[in-house]
Design a binder for this molecule. Structure first.
Ligand SMILES: Nc1ncnc2c1ncn2[C@@H]1O[C@H](COP(=O)(O)OP(=O)(O)OP(=O)(O)O)[C@@H](O)[C@H]1O
Ligand SMILES: [Mg+2]
Length: 261
């Protein structure tokens, strides 16, 4: 039994080394995560990436393999061009974007994969996409603390995670799980973003940040501009002055809390 776990740790260590050798040209890798689905991870990941891309070289990886939404949010219909086993990412809003949606014939096709295949697909994207030299790779993830989150925290040396939560008690509980997972896996939590604040949801994410001892990065209200973002295909920060300010503050906080490298 003991021998098996030693071998597992060795294997993970080797895999991690291999992945990191391939990612040497990506300075910072930041994953946007939440325990709960539908709280705004993709919205936050895209807007953070679009702002950073105004002054940095930025990649955006859609690690939501079975329900990839990044392309839909950005109005991307292009497919990847692949040559010599290398994938050329789609470029839009100065970002290099890689999503499973760029490999699918139709967005309605269901991808029905087990955990190890999800994990494999994420690593393939990290290794096979021609990212070039990047200052930041922002990674949009599916909800939960299992396959994708585990692969990223275990095998990719993440610079940190940004957690997204609505003020709803269920979302707060699930966000706290992701914070605890990151702590357990020694991945820095760069901060937590409150989304869909106001109205019947109220607020409450700042309190969670305080009690969990992680930075609170800011709050985004529940609003029509954001619920319409998918139909326009334009990041809100390029389309709405107030939202741009909100996200600028979030990015400022994020940069403040990122570790020096
Ligand atoms: N502050 C907001 N106000 C209004 N609508 C919002 C807000 N934030 C996100 N939305 C909308 O809510 C829906 C869910 O957001 P999004 O897809 O970003 O969540 P997610 O956490 O990535 O979901 P999933 O867990 O399925 O990946 C989207 O239609 C998005 O446009
Ligand atoms: Mg999403």
């Amino acid at each position: 039994m003991e021998e098996t776990s030693t071998r597992t740790i060795e294997r993970i260590g080797e895999q991690r080394k291999h992945v990191m050798e391939r990612l040497g040209r990506i300075r910072r890798r930041i994953a946007v995560m939440s325990g709960k689905g539908g709280v705004g991870k993709t919205t936050v990941a895209i807007n953070i990436a679009a702002l950073l891309a105004e002054n940095n070289s930025v990649g955006l990886l859609d690690a939501d393999i079975d329900c990839p939404n990044v392309n839909k949010f950005l109005g991307i219909t292009e497919k990847f061009s692949v040559s010599g086993g290398k994938i050329k990412p789609v470029e839009k809003y100065s970002m290099k974007i890689a999503s499973m949606a760029s490999l699918q014939d139709s967005e309605d096709t269901a991808i029905i994969w087990r955990g190890p295949m999800i994990s494999h697909a994420i690593l393939q994207f990290l290794e096979s996409v021609e990212w070039g030299n990047l200052d930041y790779l922002i990674i949009d993830t599916p909800p939960g603390t299992s396959d994708a989150a585990l692969t990223l925290m275990q095998l990719v040396q993440l610079s940190g995670v940004v957690i997204v939560s609505t003020p709803h008690p269920v979302s707060l509980t699930d966000a706290n799980k992701t914070i605890n997972m990151a702590k357990q896996m020694n991945v820095p939590v760069l901060g937590i973003v409150e989304n869909m604040a106001g109205g019947i949801f109220g607020s409450g994410v700042e309190k969670l940040a305080e009690s969990a001892g992680v930075p609170f990065l800011g709050s985004i209200k529940l609003q029509k501009t954001l619920s319409n973002m998918t139909s326009k295909g334009v990041p809100a920060v390029k389309d709405d002055k107030n939202l741009r300010k909100d996200f600028e503050n979030i990015v400022k906080g994020l940069l403040l809390h990122q570790q020096k490298d």
